[in-house]
Design a protein around this ligand. Structure first.
Ligand SMILES: [Fe+2]
Length: 321
């Protein structure tokens, strides 16, 4: 049996069958091996590996989780957010999540069942997130970090939207642009709703056909969203270009540098940061420091001047914890 784990869960005694970089991309030549030293784990991180597939028939599994360890992890997380944000901020963030939950669920279900885009529900959700993010962005992103399996897509969409809104504001953009960034963040992965669950949750390595389907999600999302009337250009650009990389090695169009629309370059940073720092039961997230270090070390992935701005305006400033 194979299992996908994050590279920071890798321990001596596990058998690595496959390695994957961001978004399940291949990372060049690789031979399966048994982990015999921590140095090998460090080398994998230096090669920008994010997740690995371990083979449980040839090596150790991750330590089994217990209900008390789950409880401890949640308690530690709650303590951590309480120490950074006021009770009022956390209460307001939770209220925003409750208020937007039916709207975002509706958007996701409409994409999955009808391959269409619920434009009005998305606009209402973004207005709500924009008002919550005014004085409460860090708490909103923090509260959305802790994800159960069935909440994963909903909370990832909401958190990327809140990050895009806050990052856009910190860069001095007009509120109309900020609204478009927020809307784009909310619907950036809508094309994934067309993928079968068997691919999205597959524990082993994807076949090349499955990988091609996953890589089609930006175009698929773009097609869905562009069917709706009067969708702003930057929203479409975020759907289509959030997996392009600055060095031209991304997808779907392999655009490079500033040929990648600006909103797509912003979304790439917010999407990866959110995915790395997400907390799930039994699955340790990367810490903020680890996530930033990894993102700085992904050569050619991001627009480096925008990444520097993200680090100074969102992280060093203390907006996010
Ligand atoms: Fe995506």
């Amino acid at each position: 049996m194979q299992k996908r784990i994050r590279v920071n869960q890798l321990r001596v005694g596990m058998f690595v069958a496959e390695v994957e970089a961001t978004d399940r991309q291949d990372v060049g030549s690789f031979k399966p091996f048994l982990v015999s030293s921590n140095l090998q784990v460090e080398k994998m991180m230096a090669r920008h590996v994010l997740t690995v597939i371990i083979d449980l028939s040839k090596g150790a599994d991750v330590a089994p989780a217990t209900s008390s360890s789950q409880h401890d992890a949640r308690a530690a997380f709650n303590e951590q957010i309480l120490s950074h944000y006021s009770k009022r901020d956390i209460r307001q963030a939770r209220q925003c999540i409750e208020d937007t939950r039916p709207l975002i669920r509706h958007i996701l279900a409409d994409a999955r069942l009808n391959a269409s885009f619920a434009n009005e529900a998305a606009s209402s959700a973004v207005e709500r997130i924009m008002s919550a993010a005014f004085d409460n962005a860090g708490a909103l992103v923090a509260v959305a970090k802790l994800k159960e399996k069935d909440e994963l897509t909903f909370l990832h969409s909401l958190a990327v939207s809140a990050l895009m809104i806050t990052f856009g504001r910190s860069l001095g953009h007009e509120e109309e642009d900020v609204r478009q960034f927020g809307l784009g963040g909310l619907v950036h992965d809508l094309g994934k709703m067309a993928l079968p669950d068997s691919i999205l949750t597959k524990p082993g390595k994807l076949t090349s056909e499955e990988m091609a389907l996953v890589r089609a999600h930006p175009q698929r999302g773009y097609d869905m969203v562009s069917q709706a009337a009067q969708v702003p250009r930057q929203v479409l650009e975020i759907c289509r270009y959030h997996h392009e990389k600055f060095d031209g090695s991304g997808y779907p169009d392999r655009l490079a540098g500033k040929l990648i629309p600006y909103a797509g370059r912003l979304a790439a940073i917010c999407d990866v940061y959110e995915a790395l720092t997400t907390i799930r039961p039994y699955k340790r997230a990367f810490s903020q420091a680890e996530a930033i270090k990894m993102m700085m070390n992904f050569p050619g992935h991001f627009d480096s001047s925008l990444l520097s701005a993200f680090i100074s305006k969102m992280v060093i400033s203390g907006t996010l914890h």
